[in-house]
Design a protein around this ligand. Structure first.
Ligand code: ACO
Length: 447
């Protein structure tokens, strides 16, 4: 689109789309009128560039800090309608997938666009199962961390280190090599995560077992010791499976945006994924589940809830109700609903988590308080997931790791889609420069 005259733009829009969906813009600085085509409910920011005040004007840009209203890509993986509380992977509602599927089935769906048939699924499970071991030298890398290293810090660094073990991962345009890294990453994330946990406990690593499925294997690597046999409880295995499905993808969130952005430089997937995991680590993102538990412990009892809510309201954004609010969901987070239901099943096995009553009271009060209602703040995926992780026996510091494991399939699906997108280019936003203009240099003795 490079036309300036309205009539030519109209023709172009009609020719491109077969219909004249367009935005008419009048530039009051020049009095000129432009027509910018609308496709899929969006205008292309580059179509604004033609809007200039003169030949030496760079052209109009859009300014959108934090991408509040900017689509950075097209995608066919995950659909969210934040107002209606809808989340679908490849067209399938999250509620259906959470009820009927195993995590690896959903990972396949995200990556390949269709649910696997039996043969495809068996092959996929085999490919993942046979890549769960990690190089012994990588284990030594993990050994080098201090005893109290945060498991997310260990995970991020170890995944980045994996890029040095698989130099073929740099060939990001070779689909076969990409598939190999996908198998490795999905398979090894639970192993690295469990090793990080064992390291923090000062306990020997438990190696993966090919006799177990993905979630059973992970729980066994976490909780088995050489001294005792361990059989994970089927209810807890299923709960983990559901939590993994709910966390597998969430379109262009902060971590996924990091994955696509780093990957757009054709960086290998291990380094890109380490960057995505680093974004996830933040307390406003995947780190929130850890913060929710700290918050519930800080509140301490149901009777302290009203005072805490008051502090949040008076704090005016300084103190937040962790696990509440979402950039996209402004009605409810469908994942939170599923998790809340599942928590009851888990607590039947593990005994009721005493923090649940505080969480329920927080939710009850917040949902009827004008401050939260007006701002459309509802419990998000992290509000109840931490309580389940804690009931399973996972320490608070490892919660975000349990988010990163399943999100790996989503990150890889988005990375692969980005690489195959004909419009793909290195991600490089513009800025609005507000600093000083050119000024004379002042030697140090004169400053
Ligand atoms: N508690 C109290 N007030 C809040 C909260 C909260 N949890 N979240 C937002 N607000 C308030 C803000 O102070 C702001 O108020 P104002 O209009 O008076 O200034 C208003 O609601 C809008 O908040 P924003 O920060 O503009 O909303 P944004 O969409 O940028 O933030 C976010 C979304 C980061 C998730 C935010 O709601 C938050 O910090 N929540 C707590 C952390 C959390 O649970 N994160 C996990 C998100 S899910 C995930 O990443 C997996």
């Amino acid at each position: 689109m490079g036309t300036v005259e309205a009539t030519r733009n109209e023709q172009a829009a009609t020719a491109t789309e077969g219909k004249a969906d367009a935005l008419t813009i009048t530039d009051r600085r020049t009095g000129r009128v432009y027509e910018v085509p609308i496709t899929n409910g969006t205008i292309r920011a580059m179509d604004l560039r033609q809007i200039k005040t003169g030949a030496d004007d760079f052209g109009l840009m859009s300014y959108d800090p934090a991408f509040l209203n900017t689509a950075s890509c097209t995608s066919r993986i995950t659909f969210i309608d934040g107002d209606k509380g809808i989340l679908r992977y490849r067209g399938y509602p999250i509620e259906v997938l959470a009820e009927k599927c195993k995590y690896l089935e959903v990972a396949y769906l995200l990556l390949y666009g269709e649910l696997p048939n039996k043969k495809q699924y068996d092959q996929w499970v085999h490919d993942i199962t046979y890549h769960t071991m990690i190089h012994e030298s990588l284990k030594k890398v993990m050994d080098a961390f201090n005893y109290d290293a945060h498991p997310m810090g260990m995970l991020i660094s170890t995944v980045a280190a994996m890029s040095t073990f698989y130099p073929d991962a740099r060939e990001v345009h070779d689909p076969e090599k990409r598939t190999k890294q996908i198998h490795r990453l999905i398979a090894k994330m639970p192993t690295v995560s469990a090793f990080a946990y064992k390291h923090s406990m000062g306990m020997p690593y438990v190696y993966p077992s090919n006799a177990l499925d993905y979630c059973e294997n992970f729980l066994t690597m976490l909780f088995k010791t050489p001294a005792e046999s361990y059989t994970p409880n089927p209810t807890l295995v299923r709960a983990l499976e559901v939590l993994f499905i709910l966390h597998a993808d969430h379109e262009q969130n902060c971590g996924t945006n990091a994955m696509r952005s780093i990957g757009s430089a054709h960086t290998d997937p291990y380094s890109s994924l380490a960057g995505a995991a680093a974004a996830l680590y933040g307390p406003l993102h995947g780190g929130a589940n850890e913060e929710v538990l700290k918050m519930l412990e800080e509140i301490g009892s149901v009777s302290n809830v009203p005072a805490f809510i008051e502090q949040v309201k008076q704090g005016k954004g300084e103190k937040r109700l962790m696990g509440f609010g979402h950039r996209v969901y402004k009605n409810f987070d469908p994942r939170a609903k599923i998790i809340k239901r599942m928590a009851e099943e888990v607590f039947e096995v593990t005994g009721r988590n005493p923090l649940l009553d505080i969480a329920l009271e927080l939710e009850r009060i917040a949902l009827q308080d004008e401050y939260f209602v007006k701002r459309k703040l509802y419990p998000n995926v992290d509000f109840y997931s931490g309580l389940i992780y804690q009931a399973i026996g996972i320490p608070t510091a490892a919660f975000t790791v349990l988010f990163a494991i399943p999100r790996t399939s989503g990150w890889l699906a988005q990375w692969q889609e980005m690489l195959e997108d004909p419009e793909e280019k290195i991600a490089r936003p513009r800025q609005v420069y507000l600093g000083p203009g050119e000024r004379p240099f002042v030697p140090m003795e004169k400053r």
